[in-house]
Design a protein around this ligand. Sequence first.
Ligand code: NAD
Length: 248
Amino acid sequence: MGELDGQVAVVTGSSRGIGRAIALELGARGCRVVINYHHNEAAAQEVATLVREAGSEAVTQAADICVSEQAQQLIDSAVTNFGGLDILVNNAGITRDGLSMRMSEEDWDAVLDTNLKSAFHCCKAAQRIMLRKRYGRIVNIGSVAGLVGNAGQINYASAKAGLVGLTKSLARELASRSITVNLVAPGYVSTEMTAKLPQELMQKILANIPLQRLAQPEEIAMAVAFLASPGAGYITGQVLTVDGGISM
Ligand code: NAD
């Protein structure tokens, strides 16, 4: 028996990277999972298959969560397929790095829409279900960049800092119904997002991480699974940093 047996989770952007690891971890704990993808259906299907092989249930759902109607459809799919929603993990995100002086408005908007507005859309749709049930766990994936800033990431750091405000405000709005809202702020994680960083920059980053390595996606997933569990019911509005010590 897993600690999340019978519960239902939606994980945005879960066909790869950290989202994939979160979907697998929640599935391994008995949760039924909606695997959201933007473009790569085959990768999402593979994650769903792995969840099923581990003994739980999973479905895939295409949605560009920047679009409110599609975010609504994603949340609706949890109800249609599994009869409810207990856990929402707002994981999907993108980077479009560049110094602010040269950053296009398009790159600003794309990053704010994908990392911040999408979470607003998904939370808005999810809370209707959670409020009725008087139970819910929302976990947002932020970043250390949103806590301490990062040169070349003014759009991304602003979006992730915005997620902290979203997390705390929503936590206050929903607390009376036993719905918790928290944020996990990873440092540098070994995924396709960091694979595109230049080797030279990566060496500098590693020199500043006390644990001297990148995180594995599974290490972020463990923190998310804890905050998504019934046992974390007295924790809300918090930022849990999982960064190898880089921001201390
Ligand atoms: P990734 O690029 O491997 O995965 C991101 C996922 O989000 C992809 O599956 C992508 O398809 C999905 N996505 C993007 N736009 C979407 C949209 N409009 N609708 C639906 N899905 C969409 O990145 P990752 O490293 O796994 O990052 C996951 C989260 O963790 C992001 O929010 C990221 O900002 C955050 N994060 C990552 C790191 C890191 O070092 N990798 C560090 C801190 C925070």
